[in-house]
Design a protein around this ligand. Structure first.
Ligand SMILES: C[S@@+](CC[C@H](N)C(=O)[O-])C[C@H]1O[C@@H](n2cnc3c(N)ncnc32)[C@H](O)[C@@H]1O
Length: 351
């Protein structure tokens, strides 16, 4: 039975489901979920991410990691963790750039946190036998300092949606019209820290899963020391808006039309993620726009250095810089934040 049919059955027997529950099934159902079966990154796939736009992205993050490792007095060993490493490109570029300090690579235990089996295979193929692969961050053993990166991971963690109707927040739930999946509204409990008034029809999103990840990373850094860098498209300040989005073949689709066959995301809720981390006792930096962050790390100089080595590549490198950092491309929509031990100064976030 298809995932769509199984979701419909579940709604018939258990009633409408939350957007978060629907997202989780669509992305991670072990038999038919998008990440379990068909994650397709890159130009030929469903969507492209910054590491696939240019090697410079992962290289600059490698330099970011080395800088923090030195600020931490070069701990050995330490855990170099990537959340949701996709096809392994970011980690591969990061490790190559980090070779400027060979002791970093010797001290690093590389851990890839990846629930998707097909992507794990790609990562193992690209990165070789030295890396450790686990399903969840909690499977990475505690007890050593942590340097962590996650690009476009928060956006695939499930969110609930609430709609302001007739003076109250109602939860958006997914039900059935005949055999067709449709959005509906259900009475909601009092929402802590939600606006007490909003325009009719306004949508509020909350993501307990994103907040839990912020808290988990924060708690790890608070106990073991270190820093984390999270990049994603998302909101820099608390706000309203329906950001649930389905994408296939670089095109947007109806999120209810083909469950499991398309990528499904919501914006990262950076204010909530950072607040959850700070409650665990860490400090935070950002959000900064991805463009400002990459420029501060030396994007232009890196492009110039690569261009000197390969003058024929200069036009392509210029396009990559624009794609990663241009305000109309990924530069403004994507944001970077850091979670870190007190006393560390993550580069790229201004004075
Ligand atoms: C949009 S892709 C980004 C891949 C890669 N970071 C990049 O930038 O190319 C999302 C990644 O997060 C992974 N992912 C999804 N849910 C996750 C979770 N709960 N914890 C960790 N990784 C997750 C996916 O399998 C995939 O590797």
């Amino acid at each position: 039975m298809s995932l769509a049919a199984r979701i419909a059955d579940r709604i018939r027997t258990g009633g409408p489901m939350s957007v978060a529950e629907y997202m989780h099934l669509c992305l991670h159902d072990p038999r038919d979920g998008y990440y379990a079966t068909r994650p397709a990154l890159g130009d030929q796939g469903d969507f492209i991410t910054a590491p696939l736009v240019s090697q410079m992205f992962g290289e600059l993050i490698g330099l970011w990691m080395v800088d923090l490792w030195r600020q931490m007095d070069r701990p050995a060993p330490f855990r170099l963790v990537e959340l949701g490493p996709g096809d392994g490109t970011l980690m591969s570029d990061l490790l190559r750039a980090a070779r400027l300090d060979p002791a970093f690579g010797e001290a690093a235990e590389v851990w890839l946190v990846e629930p998707s089996r097909p992507l794990r295979d790609l990562q193992a193929h690209r990165l070789g036998p030295g890396v450790r692969q686990v399903d969840r961050l909690e499977d990475v053993p505690a007890g050593a300092p942590l340097l962590l990166v996650g690009n476009e991971v928060l956006d695939c963690l499930p969110a609930r949606q609430w709609e302001w109707r007739a003076g109250a927040w109602k939860e958006r739930r997914i039900g059935l019209d005949g055999d067709r999946l449709v959005f509906g509204l259900a009475p909601a409990p009092q929402l802590a820290s939600a606006p007490t008034a909003a325009p009719e029809g306004a949508v509020l999103e909350t993501s307990p899963a994103q907040e839990a990840l912020g808290a988990e990373i924060g708690a790890r850094i608070a106990s073991d020391g270190g820093a984390a860098l999270l990049l994603d498209y998302g909101r820099a300040t608390a706000g309203l808006g329906d950001t649930l989005q389905a994408v296939s073949g670089h095109r947007r689709e109806d999120p209810l039309a083909r469950p499991g066959q398309v990528d499904l995301t919501v914006h990262a809720d950076f204010p909530a993620v950072l607040a959850a981390a700070r409650r665990e006792g860490v400090e935070t930096a950002g959000p900064s726009s991805q463009g400002a962050f990459l420029h501060a790390l030396g994007l232009e100089s890196r492009a110039a250095a690569l261009g000197r080595a390969r003058p024929d590549e200069i036009p392509r490198l210029a396009r990559q810089v624009e794609r990663l950092a241009g305000p109309d491309q990924m530069g403004e929509l994507f944001l970077a934040v850091a979670l870190h031990s007190p006393g560390l100064q993550p580069p790229g976030f201004g004075a």
